[in-house]
Write a protein that binds this ligand. Structure first.
Ligand SMILES: [Mg+2]
Length: 278
């Protein structure tokens, strides 16, 4: 291996559900590629719409000791003992992580949304209004997982119970304050302008500062529309298909389409990229 190639390192940023995690939330089939990345010292950044509290346990299981990107790019959390925290602006702490919110904080979002509700009488409720029991009922999560899902810093899922006309009104009033309302499956997610691509950029900036002699080659892995910007920001985009084929087509120079859905496809596509770059 030449000196030049030994200075190259992959920085992998991956979506979880439908990408690294199968429908049964298992990553076992990605074990070979995960070990290969670990052996080469390539950082693996988990980037999800899940909360930090939901992701922490998975990071432990995966032996991932790197920043976590939670709430669709809204939260960037760095483990305190990695030596990387000196490089970032810490705005808060969550256990063993220092974290920053990117864009708007949930407190700000709630103050605006709840203010509008109080003044205009809009009918909606969200995670901030509910006990863990209600979150469990509405999401189908277990009670303990519902509590982890309630621990939010940058986004608020709500259920709308008013007319469509009133919703359009509410949405524009939020937009004036820079708050987006994105329809997910069941919930409407109130959030700032942050995006999963911001998580990739934050991670890259951090590693570039910490290891300036390394040429980082970023790899984005995802399966859905909310991963597209992240994949198009990466040097190499890996698309994980669904059972009926790929659901996204990133508009970028280097795209690898995994041959299989979920963790098995993740494993094969990552091994292909790893074999090419080391
Ligand atoms: Mg996904």
């Amino acid at each position: 291996m030449s000196n030049i190639s030994s200075q190259k390192q992959l920085l992998v940023v991956t979506d979880l559900d439908g990408s690294l995690l199968d429908h049964s939330y298992s990553w076992e089939d990605a074990g070979v590629a995960l070990s290969a990345l670990r052996e080469r010292g390539a950082p693996l950044i988990l980037n999800s719409s899940k909360t930090l509290a939901e992701m922490k346990g998975l990071a432990v299981d995966l032996e991932v000791h790197a920043p976590l990107v939670a709430e669709n790019g809204g939260v960037f959390a760095v483990p305190n003992d990695t030596g990387l925290t000196d490089q970032c602006e810490n705005v808060g702490r969550s256990g063993e992580y220092s974290l920053e919110t990117n864009g708007l904080s949930r407190d700000f979002i709630l103050s605006i949304a709840h203010g509008l509700r109080a003044r205009q009488g809009y009918k909606f409720s969200g995670f901030a209004d509910w006990e863990a029991e209600q979150v469990a009922e509405y999401t189908g999560l277990s009670l303990s997982k519902a509590r982890l899902a309630q621990s939010r810093f940058a986004t608020e899922p709500i259920l709308w119970g008013d007319s469509t006309l009133r919703y359009v009104e509410f949405e524009s009033a939020l937009a004036v304050k820079g708050i987006r309302a994105l329809r997910g499956g069941r919930f409407i997610h109130l959030m700032g302008a942050a995006d999963k691509a911001d998580g990739l950029t934050s991670a890259l900036t951090l590693y570039q500062k910490a290891q300036p002699n390394v040429t980082w080659v970023t790899v984005g892995v995802g399966d859905s529309a909310n991963d597209l910007a992240m994949l198009e920001t990466a040097d190499i985009a890996i698309v994980i298909p669904h059972a009926d084929g790929p659901h996204i087509r990133p508009n970028t120079a280097r795209v690898v389409y995994a041959p299989l859905p979920g963790a098995r496809g993740w494993n094969e596509a990552l091994l292909k990229v790893i074999n090419e770059y080391y």
